[in-house]
Design a protein around this ligand. Structure first.
Ligand code: UVW
Length: 340
């Protein structure tokens, strides 16, 4: 392996381990043999949709810069290309057609965070000055290009959702049912507690697995009926403790390929206070997306699957969750399916 983009790699990172140009990170561990093990979890052929309706949570109180989808309709003939009578094209045509478009914030609802979603100021080239760097040394302004960097050609030219989509996001899901223990109570889940939960539920997370966290947060969002109460949400349901180094080390060592949660950020935000001149505000995002190439899923919907798994004494299932194959995108809506 020859590093092309960095002289220094961050502590605790695996940059270069899947090749100097790798853009999918730990998803490389999801081999054909592990996919076959995932398929072996299908015993009933029953499916569960793991997505909220994509116009939830409603409004923009969870994050003011992410807004509800807005449909757009093109003009056509005397009106719009929606309920359009084809007789306007040819008097003999009897068809009626509709097309639509949407202004969709890709991380508004049930979504994947790509590896180009969170990077860090880091001195990768060893010149003594930190630069904007993402997983495997890809650079802000060069590989991940925004309107402050260039006049055109915006987006993730590396680490985009396209690479993730074409890698085939299908493998074994393992549900950790935190809601069963905590209900809607706010709980900060560090290494000890996660191990206790896995133990109690007789669940194991192995190399190549997608770890799924059911906290009840998405259920609360649904109950709020598109009028989310940010104060209630901020004090409800479990979140991972991104400042717990032992938890971060376990995430590395477990070989999991992604963490998918039904809450807003997987981890507590804001995180617990840290010390030093500079540190990540989203430490679990930093560890997963920036250092380890582990994708994060947020605002997934697990209630129905969790109920069925409880009733049937299981924690594993086949997970199929491809993002949109959208070149340049740093995140993507997703409508995952669990098959049991
Ligand atoms: C943030 O930037 C907080 O986004 P997300 O939690 O969706 O990754």
């Amino acid at each position: 392996m020859t590093a092309k983009r960095w002289v220094n790699r961050p502590e605790g990172s695996n940059w270069g381990e899947f090749g100097p140009d790798d853009q999918i990170g730990k998803l490389n561990l999801l081999t054909p043999a592990r996919r076959k093990q995932a398929v072996a979890e299908v015993q009933e052929g029953r499916v569960f949709t793991l997505s909220l309706p994509l116009d939830y949570p409603g409004g923009n109180v969870l994050f003011e810069l992410r807004r509800e989808p807005v449909f757009v309709h093109e003009k056509r003939g005397p009106g719009h290309n929606f309920n359009f009578r084809m007789s306007h094209v040819c008097g003999q045509f009897c068809d009626v057609v509709s097309d639509d478009a949407v202004l969709l914030y890709l991380q508004y609802s049930t979504q994947w965070d790509g590896l180009s979603h969170v990077g860090q100021m880091f001195d990768a080239n060893g010149d003594g000055t930190p630069e904007k760097v993402y997983y495997n040394g890809y650079r802000g302004g060069i590989d991940i290009v925004g309107p402050d960097d260039a006049k055109e050609g915006f987006g993730a030219r590396a680490l985009s959702m396209e690479g993730f989509a074409t890698a085939g996001v299908q493998g074994r899901g393992v549900l950790v049912d935190l809601e069963k223990t905590y209900g809607r109570q706010r709980a900060l889940i560090g290494y000890d507690e996660l191990m206790r939960q896995l133990d109690t539920q007789k669940a194991t997370v192995e190399t190549g697995d997608f770890m799924c966290l059911y906290t009840g947060f998405a259920d609360l969002i649904l109950e709020m009926n598109k009028q989310p109460d940010s104060a209630v949400l901020a004090r409800s349901c479990s979140v991972l403790d991104g400042r717990d180094e032992r938890l971060l080390n376990w995430i590395t060592d477990s070989g999991l390929v992604a963490i998918c949660a039904d809450n807003y950020a997987v981890e507590a935000y804001p995180a617990r206070p840290a010390s030093g001149d500079s540190f990540p505000g989203l430490p679990l995002h930093n560890h997963c997306l920036f250092r380890q190439g582990i994708h994060l899923g947020e605002l997934w919907y697990f209630a129905d699957l969790a109920r069925w798994l409880r009733e049937n004494g299981r924690s594993r299932f086949l997970l199929t969750a491809p993002p949109l194959r959208l070149p340049g995108a740093v995140g993507s809506p997703v409508t995952p399916i669990a098959t049991v």
